[in-house]
Ligand binder design. Structure first.
Ligand SMILES: Cc1ncc(C[n+]2csc(CCOP(=O)(O)OP(=O)(O)O)c2C)c(N)n1
Ligand SMILES: [Mg+2]
Length: 890
């Protein structure tokens, strides 16, 4: 806050009168009334053209005043002892792991700084999953994981053996994962948070999703609160702060962020030359959040009480974080000289304190009572989300080598002398001759500490962290007749796969059994995908309903927002949409109610833009459908380089539990979605689907008989050559390039005496996974009957060469080359996209019918069935420009 400047006061007497009246109102009529009067005055001032610039910052002091501080309801001494044991064990597990296996890593200092923040939450606020209601959702700071393990160890939920297998997980079930990973510890961690920024944005959308479920009558989340621990360095990630307005707009008072402001990140201070707590206060308050600062510990109270002139506040407001960090590690004597001596009145304030006492002036995040007061205030905030900004020391209590040091984040081990000091500080009964081993310490299940902590958790609904696994709710796959029309194809007319999807989704939404569980998610592209009818059909979710009359109200399917709307229309935020997807896709576990999200977006802005969240979705064991629409480098034609996706299938291959399909026809899509519903919601498989959809209209044929298995496995015979000609080839087509393949089949027969069988390839990824799995089995079981990859099985006996064409880069098909029983010619769209017509782009990228025909003839030449001369003639005949630019080099 800009400090008050006496020189700008023209009439101090008048000023005094105003201030005295305010003081008197506070004293006699209360703070509410005083606030009202101030707000009213400001409002009136604005009307009279006096527009004060109101600072978003308050002084650098605690928000909760000493006189408003609530009673601390716990047993402080016992809670201190518990915290000390947890501190010890958390540090021990990292130290021991690194002593045994240098380089295993782990972090000691993050938890050391936030132990009180967690312990107050665990002992007094976080609701577990076994009590009344669904429980809270807690997002733990990834690097603080040892603290959570150490607590569970005291509770008896984690054994000594597991503690000694921190970061050693290959022996399944024995180790503890480095960070929160539900996939690796499915009974324990709920939310992967360690990729910084994803926790905070995830928490915001989780809190919103809780309201969505409540408002739609699908889950009772009225007692659930979302807590998200955030590092102060982590707030530099755009995802951390980027969705704050959403939380305020939706009035998410079921959400609290706890920012661990130890003023440091990995390399050094977060804001050496500024003040991170003040920066964050302004950002959060400006975004409509309630802010509680917990800056100073109990022993500052009397100093502030005596600071009647505000000198101490003024100097605390001014000191930058870099300087404060230096003073934190300095002796009391230095702090007195370097800080308090800046003003004789400040020196006077601490004159009665010894150097030792000055050195022991604490930061608020390490004071039980201050942290408790902060939590309580935050939880009581109504109508808006809240944030606690807690001032802490990184490496607190770990000794000089760790505390507040710039290298503290990376320190993994203690020296033996440091260990003794650490033990003494924590007052733990560990013998001198044992200290060096840094043994785990457990006071026994009947000890007062364990009894207390267990009782606290029992009262709050059971231990945390915990993830629900035994959720036995299944959704019934809709009857086959829902998909019937898609398997039959369209007798007349043309459609794009995007249109087909839109129709399928509309039908699913109407389905009596699963309709209400479907969650359509779209980042401001519903009209692009022809899905705007959904707005009227099922409504757009709006926490506070529709407060205006939409201009298209007269229409049957108007832009309808409602409190129980089903569509999550996210606006232009793929990151927010992905966070919503994860919430809906993990609802089966987090809220005990499976939901079926269909998140549809511009395919370029999926794996490419939000790849880390798609990875986190895999970790979260998300179940649902992500649909990359307007896909295909040449199919989406006019949009150019930044929009035309020709590579998302390669990125999708890198996420192990994704099942990816590039569909060409309505029946392929029907088979994939029907199977997906069954696998994810009946068989409870922890997979999610990535399906690319395209916007080119063409005829939708019926499914060839018996093709379904192949469609799902990745390849099926679409149609055979009419008659066998002089030469024979196999053409493999995917997505809308299938149309070019079919034209190439005709062209080859007509002009080159070459017949071709045509195969539909729906998933190179699935074919590759199956092939690799067979190879591995055969390598490990050389004497067993060898397994043959599905692709090899279906193509064996087919007369090659084999030519594959898709709207994706050649590598997409290349990944199965070694499973193809013959010569392979992959064609694809390598190079940056550009805007032009589909015809021009397909010629440019060499995936049009002529280029595919040429690919086939080249295959025959490589086989020695055609001469180079014949091929050269074909190039001419096909009108292909041999001198044209190579697309990959553009
Ligand atoms: C997206 C991302 N980038 C980088 C990292 C590596 N990293 C791990 S911890 C850390 C510093 C964390 O500082 P802060 O958020 O202040 O947490 P603290 O440990 O100080 O509580 C960094 C950069 C990461 N985990 N995620
Ligand atoms: Mg930090």
């Amino acid at each position: 806050m800009d400090s008050y400047r006496p020189e700008s006061d023209k009439d101090p007497v008048e000023t005094r009168e105003w201030l005295d009246s305010l003081k008197s109102v506070v004293e006699h009529e209360g703070r509410e009334r005083a606030r009202f009067l101030l707000e009213r005055t400001i409002e009136d001032g604005r009307r009279q053209g006096v527009a004060p610039v109101l600072p978003l910052n308050t002084d650098y002091v605690n928000t909760v005043r000493v006189e408003d501080q609530p009673e601390f309801p716990g047993d402080e001494a016992l809670e201190r002892r518990i915290r000390r044991i947890i501190r010890w064990n958390a540090a021990a597990m990292v130290h021991r792991a690194n002593k045994k296996f240098d380089g295993l890593g782990g972090h000691i200092s993050t938890y050391a700084s936030s132990a009180s923040l967690y312990e107050i939450g665990f002992n007094h606020f976080f609701r577990g999953k076994d009590g009344d209601g669904l429980g809270d959702q807690v997002y733990y700071q990834g690097h603080a994981s040892p603290g959570m393990y150490a607590r569970s160890f005291l509770e008896g939920r984690i054994s000594v053996d597991q503690m000694d297998h921190f970061r050693r997980e290959t022996e399944r079930g024995r180790g503890l994962s480095s960070y929160p990973h539900p996939r690796l510890m499915p009974n324990y961690w709920e939310f992967p948070t360690v990729s910084m920024g994803l926790g905070p944005i995830g928490a915001i959308y989780q809190a919103r999703f809780n309201r969505y479920m409540e408002n739609r009558g699908l889950a009772d989340t009225s007692k659930s609160h979302v807590w998200c621990f955030v590092g102060d360095g982590e707030t530099d990630e755009p995802e951390t702060l980027g969705a704050l307005r959403i939380a305020a707009g939706e009035k998410l008072d079921n959400l609290t962020f706890i920012v661990n402001c130890n003023l440091q990140r990995l390399d050094g201070p977060v804001r050496g030359n500024g003040k991170i707590i003040q920066d964050l206060e302004a950002v959060f308050r400006g975004s409509g959040w309630d802010v509680t600062k917990v800056i100073w510990g109990d022993n500052w109270d009397e100093l502030f009480a005596r600071d009647t002139e505000g000198v101490l506040r003024e100097h605390l407001n001014a000191v930058v974080d870099g300087e404060w960090q230096r003073l934190t590690t300095a002796s009391g004597e230095t702090v007195r000289k370097a800080f308090f001596a800046r003003d004789p009145r400040m020196l006077e304030l601490v004159s009665h304190l010894s150097d030792e006492q000055v050195g022991a002036l604490r930061r608020g995040g390490h004071s039980n009572r201050k942290v408790y007061a902060g939590y309580k205030r935050a939880l009581e905030s109504k109508g808006r989300p809240s944030v606690i900004l807690a001032h802490t020391v990184k490496g607190w209590r770990l000794g000089e080598a760790f505390e507040g040091s710039y290298v503290t984040h990376s320190k993994k081990k203690f020296q033996s002398t440091e260990l003794k000091t650490f033990r003494d500080v924590l007052e733990l009964p560990i013998a001198d001759d044992k200290v060096e081993e840094f043994p785990f310490y457990h006071p026994g299940p009947d000890s007062p500490e364990v009894q207390y902590l267990t009782e606290r958790r029992r009262a709050l609904g059971g231990p945390l962290p915990k993830r629900r696994t035994a959720v036995d709710v299944k959704l019934e796959t809709p009857k086959a007749d829902l998909f019937g029309e898609f398997y039959q194809g369209m007798a007349k007319g043309i459609a794009s796969t995007t249109m087909v999807f839109s129709r399928m989704l509309a039908k699913l939404l109407r389905d009596k059994k699963v309709g209400k569980y479907v969650v359509p998610i779209v980042p401001d592209e519903a009209r692009t995908f022809g899905m705007d009818a959904l707005f009227g059909q099922v409504g757009i979710y709006a926490a506070h309903g529709q407060l205006y009359e939409p201009m298209d109200k007269g229409k049957l399917l108007y832009y309808r927002e409602s409190k129980d709307g089903q569509v999550l229309e996210e606006g232009i935020t793929e990151a927010g949409s992905m966070a919503s997807f994860i919430s809906a896709a993990t609802s089966y576990s987090v809220l005990s109610q499976p939901m079926i999200p269909f998140y549809i977006f511009y395919s370029m802005f999926g794996f490419q833009r939000t790849g880390d969240q798609l990875w986190a979705a895999g970790d979260s064991m998300a179940r649902g459908f992500v649909l990359g629409a307007t896909a295909g480098r040449t199919t989406l034609n006019g949009e150019g380089l930044q929009h035309e996706d020709g590579h998302s299938h390669m990125a999708a291959m890198s996420v192990p539990n994704v099942v990816a399909y590039d569909v060409a026809f309505a029946f392929e899509l029907a088979a994939v979605i029907e199977d997906g519903l069954s696998r994810m919601y009946e068989k409870n498989e922890n997979i999610y689907y990535y399906i690319t959809l395209q916007n080119e209209d063409y005829a939708m044929p019926p499914m060839p008989e018996g093709a379904k298995e192949g469609v799902l496995k990745g390849i099926y015979k679409f149609r055979n050559a009419e008659t066998k000609l002089k030469h024979h080839v196999q053409l493999l087509g995917s997505g809308s390039i299938m149309q070019q393949v079919l034209q190439a089949q005709a062209l080859l027969a007509e002009k080159f005496d070459v017949s071709a069988d045509v195969w539909g390839v729906t998933s190179y990824q699935q074919l590759r996974n199956d092939g690799m799995s067979c190879e591995r089995f055969n390598r490990l079981n050389p004497e067993a009957t060898p397994r043959v990859p599905y692709l090899t099985q279906v193509l064996t006996g087919a007369e090659g060469p084999f030519i594959a064409a898709s709207d994706y880069i050649k590598a997409t098909a290349d990944v199965v080359a070694r499973f193809i029983p013959g010569r392979f010619v992959p064609l694809g769209t390598d190079g940056f996209g550009m805007s032009d017509t589909r015809e021009a782009l397909r010629r440019h990228f060499e995936v049009d019918a002529e280029s595919i025909a040429l690919g086939a003839l080249d295959g025959l030449r490589q086989e020695g069935k055609l001469t180079g001369k014949e091929l050269a003639a074909a190039v001419q005949q096909l009108g292909v420009d041999a001198g044209k630019v190579e697309p990959m080099t553009v």
